[in-house]
Each structure stands twice: as structure tokens, then as C-alpha cells.
Design a protein around this ligand. Sequence first.
Ligand code: ZN
Length: 369
Amino acid sequence: MEKILIPGVHFEDVPGQAKVKQLLQQIFENQRLAHAYLFSGNEGCGKLALATAFAAAILCESKTGKPCDQCKSCLLFKAGNHPNLFFVFPHPKSAKENEKQQVLQTIKTAPFQLRLPWNNPQISIEAIRQLRRELSLKTFDRQSRVIVIIDAHKMTQEATNAVLKVLEEPPERTHFLLLSAERESLLLTIISRCQIISLGILTDDEIEQELHKQSTIDDTTARLVARLSSGNLRRAFQLLEAGASELKEVAVEILRSSFKKHFELAIYGNEIAGKYERTQLKEILESLMLWLRDAFLISNLAWDEAQVGLTNLDEKEKLQKFSENFPGFQYNAALKEVETSIRMLERYVQPAVILIVLMRKLRKFAVKP
Ligand SMILES: [Zn+2]
């Protein structure tokens, strides 16, 4: 079998979260390892990657909080098949074995690219029962065991109760790491059994760095994707996959089409609304906001000052041309309008209508009031 290399073996491999890493390190220094932790934080902030690195540290025989890379446990961990590391994740009963294996592979190799292939899956009582059966077996070499429960808030009531029972009387040397982006959906009785590890969202810079580490993209795309992803690295990777630069081109085209004749504008609005999904349309409009912000900076600041804050550095000429052609463009009003359109997309108003109304307004903002 092909060896899987788990990327997040060391805390340093995980982006950002300096304070949390320090805290986790201290747990080992103070020898205060608890039975259960709840990693709480927004989608895409690194809960899984950090929990995996924490698991590696718990399992390492050195017990220093830094995986030694040499002990039997570290070698098994790096090979991707540590017998004492369990991952529980939501999946439907009908999930195929190969689908589950694929998810497991992504968990281990690319935690930030994890996307469950099922519609609104849950963690069922069966999954917890199976886990308990496995836990009742003798531990490998009588070493520590770690159970990572991904999206713990997706446990059914029954599954929650079963986990609660285990947490009330945890087996020896067994550590539960619950992960959740929706801590408020968890039972208080579960939360009270866990030490809470709160993660913050990642900064644009941290996301940019990570994108560069894991893919070959140019600086401008990395910057654009980082700003569009709002601190969510998983979303950043999705955006990259979806072609962030294509979405930006559409954004600029929407702006350009605003100045066309009414019927042409309507045709374009319909075309774009039919071609992209709501989430993509949102990204297109967010991209448009970034572009308008850049144009605002260019028309109000000297180039030296403006370029520091620019997202679309590669569009310098287009941005300059726009600011020259429309010296009175009402940027603030336009940005507000785009924001309103984004909110309307969330409210299920017809996308074509939203786009056409937006374009008509953008055209008006080009003329001085
Ligand atoms: Zn080790």
C-alpha cells in the first residue's frame, strides 16, 4: 500500500494559531493531559490539522509534546496507519467503503481540503458503537489512544449520549479530541466534560503563506484568494479550485457591462446568473468589491501609497484607466450596493434580478450626483 505522509505531524506544520500551539505545548510541560478536548473555531481555521498534530504529540513515546520522529509510534503515525489513532466523521449509513476510505485519506493528508461527499451527513450511534468495540480491544503496546471526532455537533442524540457515557468513564490512556465549528449546538453536558481549545480565524497573511506552501500560484492570485476566503483556509482552497481568477474576470465584466445598453446589460445579467451557482456569484461579487476598493485607492492615493493595500496588483493599468474614465465614481455607494446584493443572494432573491439591478445602479454611480 502507498504510504501516506501526514502533513500536520508537528505544530509548526499547521498555519497560524500561535497562542493555541503554545497552550497545547504547555499541557505536556505541565503533564496535564486531559481525557477530552473540544477544539472550537470557525470553518477552515485549522481544528483538524491542529488536533492531528496534537494527537501525534500525545502518541509519541517521548511525551515531550514534540513528536520525536523516531519512536515506533511516530513512525506508524507518519506512515498514516497508527493503530491507536481513530477518526470519526459524519457519514450516511449508505456510505460506500471506498468513499469512507477516501475521506480518511484526505483527513490524513490534506485536512484543509476535506469535503464530505454526502449531503448533510450525521454521526450515527452505529459509528460510536463500532468505535466502542474497537476501544474495548487491547490497546496497541499498551500505549495512549486518540479519538478525533470531526464535526462533533453532527452527532445524533443517541450518538451524543453514547459519547457522553464514554466521557464520564473514559478508558485509561484514551484521549478524545472533539472538533466543532458550532460549539453552541453541542450538549452542555458534553462541553463540560471537555477542556476547551478555542481557535481564532486565520489572517490573510497566514492564508497567503499556506497557499504558497501547498500550490504554485502567483502572488496576486494568492492575495485575492486570501482576501476572499475570510480567514477560512478550506474555502481558500475551494476558491483556488473554482478558479478565483476566472471569478474576478467575471466581476470586472459585470462592472464593464454596467455601462452597456439596458438590453445588453440584462442579457449579460441573465447569462451570468444561469452559469454560476449562488455561492460562486457571491464570490464574484466579493471579488468585485475588492476590485472597486482597489480602484478607489488608486484614484485617491499616490501610486506608492495605493499599491500597499491593493489586492489586484496585476490590474494596475485597468484600475488606473477606470479611475481616469470615471473621476466622479461614487465608490462608497457602489460598495454598499454590492454588499446589499451579496446579502440578497443569501436571501434567495432571483440571481438574475439581483445582478441586473446592481448593474443599473453601478452605471448611475459613475455620474456625479
Ligand atoms: Zn516519537
